[in-house]
Design a protein around this ligand. Structure first.
Ligand SMILES: [Zn+2]
Length: 198
């Protein structure tokens, strides 16, 4: 956030409760200070429960001064919602056996920690300009797509541009992996940004 000079955050969408996705929650504090408002956080009932356990100090009746100020919004996999005036469509996906969420925003979809997408949810992913999809490394993994599996999924979804994220250090070097990827598929990297119309 500091390196990329991100000085404003409208809302936080949680895909699932694993620590590599929520443990930075305490760092919402500077945004509370600078924006002088609670941070809207969108999560399913299960994820909300996990958040309340792991960050119990945030949810005390009288939190200590300076604790993160979160405004929880309950969402579910089948109901579109609006965050920061932007319409968002949740996509129900599976992280191994764990049901989690991806999000479609206009013609952009963000799906991380996917292993499988139920057939019925695939209809939510047609006509994408940009798809961000996880690809761990080349080898198989129980709960994450590897590169060949991600490429197969991209082939089915047919976005104009796909970026691979949630990349392991076992992936190999950026320049070498990039050469092996088909046209319209690139490795994402820290600080990558793009514009899409919402
Ligand atoms: Zn993860």
């Amino acid at each position: 956030m500091l390196r990329e000079s991100i000085d404003h955050l409208d809302a936080i969408l949680l895909t699932h409760e694993h620590n590599d996705h929520i443990i930075g929650m305490d760092d919402v504090r500077p945004f509370n200070f600078s924006q002088q408002t609670d941070m809207p956080v969108y999560a399913t009932e299960r994820v909300e429960g996990e958040l309340k356990q792991r960050f119990s100090y945030v949810f005390e009746a009288v939190p200590y001064p300076g604790a993160p100020q979160l405004q929880l919004h309950r969402i579910d996999a089948s109901t579109p919602f609006t965050a920061a005036s932007i319409g968002i469509m949740p996509v129900a996906i599976f992280h191994g056996n764990l049901p989690i969420l991806g999000f479609r925003i206009g013609n952009f979809a963000y799906l991380t920690d996917v292993k499988t997408i139920p057939e019925a949810e695939m209809t939510k992913l047609t006509g994408l300009n940009t798809l961000v999809l996880n690809a761990l490394h080349m080898n198989p993994h129980r709960t994450h797509l590897n590169v060949p599996e991600a490429l197969q999924m991209i082939e089915t979804i047919q976005p104009k541009q796909a970026y691979l994220t949630h990349v392991s250090h076992r992936m190999g070097l950026y320049a070498e992996v990039e050469k092996q990827l088909p046209k319209g598929v690139n490795l994402a990297y820290d600080g990558l940004s793009f514009k899409d119309s919402f």
